[in-house]
Every structure is written in structure tokens, then in C-alpha cells.
Design a binder for this molecule. Structure first.
Ligand code: C2E
Ligand code: MG
Ligand code: MG
Length: 666
């Protein structure tokens, strides 16, 4: 054997060992970090190692006569391992840049393609030993062409990818250089195959390729190092981002808002801009969480943040201050712009949310103030916007702008909150009971429980003087639960003392009626005080029913099935229609006092009340007239067929001690 071939064979063997070792190194790396691209590159190096080994054997056998079959098999190996090396290299690049995995099917097809190509090419020349040209084309030019195309494809791919670490650029340079080298070679080989110098060049290229492959293996290692560093940097950035942003919505969190707002204010001062600081609070978001689950609630909050973020008003700050409240700051020079922004924000929130097959509708309350008109400090502006928001929420208005004086109202409310909570704890709230008279039987129909506050300093307070504060402070739920419990206690007491099962009607507010826990609470109370459900009646206003008709309907049906009656309070003052009420399984309609007041002196009021009674009866509902103060009113109501009455003429609301005569007399 000539020295040259032996020398080649030795070099190929050394290379084969080096690539094999590097493949093992990558395997360890893949096992440790589990990155997919490392797996493909490991396979690529492994294929290269096989390729070099086949070349080493091939060089050894150049001058040894072996059978055609053996030659074909060896050539097949040489080609297949080279194609496989290329494909695995490209797969690795794809995974590394796209961060996606490659489907098993694609891998399978690529494998089959490499196999078919190498087998076909080898068979075409393998048995035709005299066809020197074909042999050269199929053995050298074709693989070079495939390698060139593959590497240039990689260049194109890397160029368009978003990976920008330094090693990616070196890699691209390598692929470009080698890609061009292969393509050029494949074309030149067809034209210059007979030239002597070309033969010399081919010899030199063998050594150059050895160096290039080795370089490639090291480039892979450098890439991996660069990629890991950039992953670490991304992770650090993400951690920093999360520290500053609300992880749920990506909006700024409270601290960041407090950091950023002063900067925006300073800029606005320089540019003499007016800033509008909007605070948005989602109405009844708790209801969304309770109904659709926290996960849906979270997704909706994320969606809100991204809608705000994409706003055409180009917000300077978007933050989530707490649960369902967001801050939105824009540069809004004049009133017209502010009004447009308000409308825009309401529209943004009102657009339906389609989350996991649910279509959720939301509304928000907005409170806002202006820089520099209402304040120049970030903290001050947020506080003032918050006061405006509190007012918007308590008065159920969509938007409120901050006005001077709101602050003192806010302070008063704060003091009030403590007093009211103390009042609950110390049982300062007491129930008065107003009898309801059944006009058919002339007997007691039941009592309406009406709350009073026995204030330690201010004496007995009527609901009108404290209910607005309770509403502003969102304490209605607490009040209703308190009254429900006191009413149940009273029913139980009378049951024991007088052996009478008296019905007590309790006023329930909208908030409480929409609370999914209401039914559970009532069941617990009935069980705890051992009272029959028919002794409890709930009074709700028509507006409760109308704003959330489906929920209200469900709740009323459940209550009715439990045996608890529901009546509509203050009928005629809200915005419902009897046609709607027909669908609801309610028991009684309570005509508001304002209609009864002049029923005796005003013909049109009498006509209205009369038609209300007839219509209600037509729908199968009973009718109670509220605020009956005179005998004349009572007579008229009796004549037009009213079922029951309640009012000062029968009795004012009385404390429990004064009820004895009603409870002892049948
Ligand atoms: P409402 O449920 O319509 O209660 C009837 C109100 O009319 C009571 O006023 C009652 O004292 C008054 N009233 C009854 N008969 C007459 C009459 O012949 N003439 C006049 N001028 N007034 C009469 P009150 O107790 O001040 O309650 C006012 C409102 O406060 C109630 O209206 C109800 O909406 C609310 N409220 C009272 N107690 C509670 C309670 O325990 N919980 C809740 N959530 N709301 C309550
Ligand atoms: Mg009532
Ligand atoms: Mg009423």
C-alpha cells in the first residue's frame, strides 16, 4: 500500500475518533440540559465520525482488490453518513433557532431520503467499474452539491432567525464559506474533471475538509455556550421584568407605577402637558371569579391589560394596582380628549371576553383626576383618582371626575367605616318590625324587618341616615347577613314564646342577592335556628332582577324550591315591566308608597294602582300596598282587590318588645 493512502487512512481514523469523542461529550451535555438541538448535533457528529471511519477504511482498501459488493456497501456508508450528518446538523439548527421540536415523521422521511439517495447513487456506479466519470460525478460531485445546498439553506435560515448571539454569526459565516466551497466544487468537477491541477486540488481539499469538520465541531460547542449564556440572560431579564411587572397581566405593579409616574409627571411639566390619571375598577369581578372560576378571571384580567396596552390613546402608564383595578395615564390636553378617552375606555372593557367557550361581559367604574389641575404629586393624583372612583362605585355611575371636597368626604367615610363595623360587633343595629295585614282574612300576614341603628352617641338612627354610607363602603353584604341572622333569631324566639310561626320579610340588596353564597347562608341559618322556610321572605327591588335577570331567575327558583318566598319591593319605581316579572316565580308584588300616597285624592294614581293590582292578579301574583296611612286609602285598596297592606295606619315599625299584642292575638 502506498504511503499516501496509509497516511490518509491514519488521518481519517484520528478524525473519526475525535468526532466520536465530541459526540459523546454532546451526549453528556444533552443528558444534563435536555436541549433538543444538542441531541441532533450529537447525532450529526456521530454520523461524521462514521463517515471519517468509512473514509479511513476506503483509503486502506484502495489498492486491495475487494469484491464489487463490498465496494458498494462501503461507498453507501460513506455517502449515507455524510447526508445524515448534514440533515442532523440542519435539524439541530432548526431546533436551536426556532425553539421547536421536529416531528418524528419528518425525521423518518429525512432518514429514508438519505438512505435512498445514497443507495441509488452508489448502485448507479458501483458495479460499473469502468465508468470513471459517472463514478466521480456520483461519488464526489453529487454529495458536494447536496452539502453545498444544505449549508447555504442553513445560511438563509440563520440570517432570517432572531438568534443574535455572536456564535450564531460565526456559524453562519462558516456555513456560507463551506456552502460556496461545495457548490463551486460540484460545478467545477463536472467541467474540469480531466485537468491535472483539479486532481491536485481535490487532494488538498481532503485536508481542508478535515480542518473544516473539526472547526464545525468546535463551532457547535461555541454555539452551545453562547446559547446557554443568552438563555441565562433572558432568565435574568425575565426575573427582573416580573419583579417590576404584575406576573398575571404583564402590566406594571403598584411599586412600578409609583416609580414611573413621577418621571412621566416631570416630563409633562417640561412639555407643559396635561395628564389624565384614570383608575378603572371592574364591576362585580368577584361574581366572574365565583361563576367561571379563578383561572378564567385571571385570563380576563390579562386580556384587559393587553387591551389597555393596545389602546389608541398611547398610554404612558398602565398598571394593575390591585385585584381588578387598573391605572391608565394619558396625555389629554382638553376636555374633548378626556371625554373621548373615557368613552374609549368603557368601550374597551365592555367588548365581550371570549375565554374557554365562555362569553363574559364586563363593565367598569372610572374615577379620574388631572395633572396639574388636581395635583402635582404621583401619590396625590392616585389618591384623588381613587376617591373619584369610590364615588363612581357607590353611586353606581360610570365615570366620576375628582372634585375638591371629595377628600373630606373620604375621611368621613373612613371614620364611619370603623363606627359601622363596631356597630355590627356590638349589636348596635336592631330590627324593628312592621306588621303586614292580610285584607282577605283581616289577620296578620307577617312582619317586615327594618333595621335601625341604636347609635351610642347619636341615638336611634333611621336607615336613610346610614344606608348611603354602608353602600359607599360596600358593607351591604355584611348588613344583610347581620339582619338575616337577627330576623331568624326573632322567628325562632317567637316560635318558642308564642308557639306561632310568623313570617318575616327581610330586605336584601343587589350585592347580596347576587352572591352565590346567599342560598348556602340561608340554609345554614334555617337549620341552625330550626325554622321552617315558609317563615322567611326576601324582599328584592325590581332593579336587582332586571340587571342580572338570569342569575336572579336562578336564585329565585332555588329559593322557591326551598319554600322561601320572594317579593318585589318598591314596585313601580324601578325599570321593570310586569311582563318580565311574569317569568319569575315570585310570590308578591309590593306597590311603592309613592303610588299609595295620593290614591285617595288623585284619580290617575288610583287608576294606576288598580291596573297594577289587576295585572298582577292576571299573572298570578299577590299584591301588597306599602305606606297605607289613612282609613280612606285602606278602604279604596280593599275595594280594588289588594291582597295585603302595610303602613302607619296599621302600625309603624315597632321594636320587638312592642309586638306582643300582634303575637298573642290571632
Ligand atoms: P322599604 O323596604 O320599602 O321599607 C319600607 C319603608 O317605608 C320603611 O322605612 C318603613 O318605615 C316606611 N314606611 C312603612 N309604612 C309607612 C307609612 O305608612 N308611611 C311612611 N311615610 N313610611 C312608611 P325605613 O325603615 O326607613 O326603611 C327605608 C328603606 O331602607 C327600606 O325601604 C329598605 O329599602 C331599606 N332598609 C330598611 N331596613 C333594611 C334592612 O334591614 N336591610 C336592607 N338591606 N335594607 C333595609
Ligand atoms: Mg322592604
Ligand atoms: Mg318598599
Amino acid at each position: 500500500m502506498s504511503e499516501k493512502y496509509f497516511y490518509h487512512s491514519l488521518l481519517f481514523s484520528v478524525e473519526s475518533i475525535v468526532f466520536g469523542l465530541l459526540a459523546i461529550l454532546l451526549l453528556q451535555y444533552y443528558r444534563g440540559l435536555g436541549r433538543q438541538y444538542v441531541k441532533y448535533w450529537m447525532l450529526s457528529l456521530f454520523a461524521l465520525s462514521i463517515h471519517q471511519l468509512s473514509l479511513a477504511i476506503d483509503a486502506l482498501l484502495v489498492e486491495v482488490s475487494i469484491t464489487a459488493i463490498e465496494k458498494v456497501i462501503l461507498s453507501c456508508f460513506i455517502q449515507f453518513s455524510l447526508y445524515f450528518h448534514l440533515v442532523a446538523l440542519l435539524f439541530g439548527l432548526y431546533c436551536a433557532t426556532k425553539n421547536k421540536n421536529i416531528s418524528k415523521q419528518v425525521i423518518y422521511y429525512a432518514f429514508v431520503f438519505c438512505g435512498l439517495l445514497s443507495v441509488t447513487a452508489t448502485l448507479l456506479y458501483g458495479f460499473e467499474l469502468n465508468e470513471v466519470y459517472n463514478r466521480f460525478y456520483l461519488r464526489e460531485s453529487l454529495p458536494a452539491f447536496m452539502m453545498g445546498c444544505g449549508l447555504l439553506m442553513a445560511v438563509f435560515f440563520l440570517y432570517n432567525s432572531s438568534v443574535d448571539h455572536f456564535s450564531a454569526r460565526i456559524f453562519m459565516g462558516y456555513c456560507l464559506f463551506m456552502g460556496l466551497r461545495y457548490i463551486l466544487f460540484s460545478f467545477l468537477s463536472i467541467v474540469l474533471i480531466t485537468e491535472y491541477w483539479f486532481k491536485e486540488l481535490t487532494e488538498i481539499l481532503i485536508f481542508m475538509d478535515m480542518g473544516a469538520f473539526t472547526l464545525l465541531a468546535f463551532l457547535m460547542l461555541i454555539w452551545m455556550q453562547g446559547a446557554e449564556r443568552s438563555i441565562a440572560i433572558t432568565a435574568i431579564n425575565k426575573a427582573q421584568y416580573l419583579g417590576k411587572h404584575d406576573p398575571l397581566t404583564g402590566a406594571l405593579n403598584r411599586e412600578q407605577v409609583m416609580e414611573k409616574l413621577p418621571i412621566i409627571i416631570e416630563e409633562a411639566e417640561h412639555k407643559r402637558q396635561t395628564l389624565a390619571v384614570f383608575l378603572l375598577d371592574m364591576k362585580r369581578f368577584k361574581f366572574v371569579n365565583d361563576t367561571y372560576g379563578l383561572k378564567v378571571g385571571d385570563l380576563i384580567l390579562g386580556e384587559i391589560a393587553s387591551r389597555l396596552d393596545g389602546s389608541i390613546f398611547l398610554p404612558q402608564v398602565i398598571g394593575r394596582l390591585s385585584g381588578d383595578s387598573f391605572v391608565f395615564v394619558i396625555d389629554a390636553a382638553d376636555k374633548k380628549q378626556q371625554a373621548a378617552a373615557i368613552e374609549h375606555l368603557h368601550g374597551l372593557i365592555r367588548r365581550p371576553y371570549h375565554i374557554k367557550q365562555h362569553k363574559v361581559l364586563l363593565q367598569c367604574s372610572i374615577g379620574y383626576c388631572l395633572y396639574p389641575e388636581d395635583g402635582v404629586l404621583a401619590e396625590d393624583l392616585l389618591q384623588k383618582a381613587n376617591l373619584a372612583l369610590a364615588q363612581a362605585e357607590s353611586q353606581n355611575v360610570a365615570t366620576v371626575k375628582y372634585k375638591t371636597g371629595m377628600q373630606s368626604h373620604g375621611r368621613r367615610l373612613l371614620a364611619m367605616e370603623k363606627e359601622i363595623r363596631d356597630g355590627f360587633d356590638k349589636n348596635e343595629f336592631v330590627l324593628y318590625f312592621q306588621p303586614q295585614l292580610n285584607l282577605l282574612t283581616n289577620r296578620l300576614e307577617g312582619f317586615e324587618a327594618l333595621v335601625r341603628w341604636q347609635h351610642p352617641e347619636r341615638g336611634l338612627l333611621q336607615p336613610a341616615s346610614f344606608l348611603p354610607d354602608i353602600e359607599s363602603l360596600n358593607l351591604f353584604s355584611e348588613l344583610d347577613s347581620y339582619v338575616l341572622e337577627k330576623a331568624c333569631q326573632a322567628i325562632a324566639r317567637w316560635q318558642q314564646q308564642y308557639r306561632r310561626k310568623v313570617t318575616v320579610a327581610v330586605n336584601i340588596t343587589a350585592v347580596e342577592f347576587q352572591d352565590p353564597l346567599l342560598i348556602e347562608n340561608i340554609q345554614t341559618l334555617l337549620y341552625k335556628y330550626e325554622i321552617p322556610p315558609r317563615c322567611l321572605e326576601l324582599e328584592i327591588t325590581e332593579n336587582i332582577v332586571m340587571t342580572e335577570i338570569d342569575t336572579a331567575m336562578n336564585t329565585i327558583v332555588v329559593l322557591q324550591n326551598m319554600g322561601i318566598k320572594v317579593s318585589i319591593d318598591d314596585f313601580g319605581t324601578g325599570y321593570s315591566s310586569l311582563a318580565y316579572l311574569r317569568k319569575l316565580p315570585i310570590d308578591k308584588i309590593k306597590i311603592d308608597r309613592s303610588f299609595i300616597e295620593e290614591v285617595a285624592s288623585n284619580d290617575s294614581d288610583l287608576t294606576i294602582v288598580k291596573s297594577m293590582v289587576e295585572l298582577s292578579h292576571g299573572l298570578g301574583k299577590r299584591v301588597l300596598a306599602e305606606g297605607v296611612e289613612t282609613e280612606e286609602q285602606l278602604r279604596l285598596l280593599r275595594n280594588i282587590g289588594c291582597d295585603a297592606v302595610q303602613g302607619y295606619f296599621i302600625s309603624k315599625p315597632l321594636p320587638e318588645e312592642a309586638l306582643k299584642k300582634y303575637l298573642t292575638r290571632k
